[in-house]
Design a protein around this ligand. Structure first.
Ligand code: E4P
Length: 218
């Protein structure tokens, strides 16, 4: 399973990379705005900075809503760096653009996916990644993990190579449960990844080892 971090914050990306388990980064227009990254040049420069910090795929989202605009923006993004994945919304135009880019061998991530039918369309269009938003489904009393299970079943039935990128991951148990179901990738905050480290018995055991070592090595 791949771990992506879902942020445009360079310090957090560096910290996740330093742990040695980071496989890529996802961003979206809200995450860029949160970091105060506005204006075309600053946005493009920021994507390059992110690519230079990590080894894997970096999803950069188009802002255009029409097909021609998505193609123009996506081509500009893809030209920035070979780690860039063009992120496209799950709309009719987004699906058409995913097909356009996949035919050209450019990686895509179809985002804002909330149903198995949408995920099926993204795979048919040849998307590299499909991003079902599990946290946002949980927020409205709908089982986000059940959607991952449905998509896994459909993709396995037909051998689709589109990778299931479980997005809107909010906490550590989302990661563990996505791993059980067979999501290919998760993207979430650094705190959710750090949560995997924690167990009170590890802390108690380590404190004991340290105390015993110090007793015998005074
Ligand atoms: C996906 O790529 C999105 O950036 C993201 O996971 C959305 O998460 P949120 O629901 O926590 O905003």
């Amino acid at each position: 399973m791949k771990f992506f971090i879902d942020t445009a914050n360079l310090a957090q990306i560096k910290e996740a990379h330093a742990l040695g388990v980071l496989d890529g980064v996802t961003t979206n227009p809200s995450l860029m705005a949160k970091e105060g990254i506005t204006g075309k040049n600053s946005i493009l420069k920021h994507y390059v900075e992110i690519c230079n910090l990590v080894d894997g795929d970096v999803s950069a989202e188009v802002n255009a809503l029409d097909f021609d605009g998505m193609v123009k923006e996506g081509e500009e993004l893809a030209d920035l760096h070979d780690q860039i994945v063009v992120k496209l919304p799950m709309t009719k135009e987004g699906v058409m653009a995913a097909k356009y880019f996949s035919d050209k061998g450019i990686k895509t991530n179809v985002t804002l996916v909330f149903s198995a039918g949408q995920a099926l369309l993204a795979a048919k269009a040849g998307a590299t990644y499909v991003s079902p938003f599990i946290g946002r489904l949980d927020d409205i009393s709908t089982d986000g993990l059940a959607l991952i299970e449905e998509i896994r079943l459909i993709y396995d039935n037909y051998g689709y190579e589109t990778q299931i990128l479980a997005a809107s991951v909010r906490h550590t148990m989302h990661i563990v449960n996505c791993a059980k179901i067979g999501a290919d990738v998760i993207t979430g905050p650094l705190s959710a990844i750090h949560g995997l480290l924690k167990h009170p018995l590890t802390d108690i055991g380590l404190a004991q080892f340290v105390a015993d070592f110090e007793k015998g090595n005074k």
